[in-house]
Design a protein around this ligand. Sequence first.
Ligand SMILES: [Zn+2]
Length: 207
Amino acid sequence: MVVWALWGYLLSVKEERTQCSVDLEPLRVKGYREDFWAGRLLAPQCKVSGCQECLSRADMYYRFAVLNAMGWVLFPVPIQRWLCALHGRTSALPPFLHRYLHYMVEVVEAVLVGISEDGKRLEELVEIDGPSASTAYRWNEQLLAEQVREWILKRLRGAWELTLQGYSSARSGTIQAARYLAKQMQIRSFSPFLQRAKLAYMIRYAE
Ligand SMILES: [Zn+2]
């Protein structure tokens, strides 16, 4: 019993990321935290273009973000949600987070899993400064295409059979196959395989 508990603990430790100490954070991140807690953040524009309403503070939440290519994560970053009297809630990500988002495998994976696996709506996932609706739908369509799944299953060489029963959709089955391949190769993220597969079939169709 103790051995299993220890094994479980070791596995969970292996999955954890190195968290960047707040003291070591870049100055722009530190500055943002100070402004946030001092209430100095400026209200953004409403997400509906042309809306002239002044946004008021609503609630807040914490956001996870990867700091660098080593996979270090920032201590959870507080994000302010804002309220437009006409168009509802919206939130603006700080510029430094916005920049990291473009490099974050986690964001791509969160969008794929959220939409194709958990059946969430895009509005529940994407911040106004995150990927656009068209980008998010393109990821889901292209990265989880049937050809991508075939490419992955071929690499698994029968080690993992896909029966689509039990998955909410064929796309969710593609995510599971990619997860399995990543696990086999001891790679933490599954989306690089989707990217690789997509590239492979695009080249094939271009010939
Ligand atoms: Zn508005």
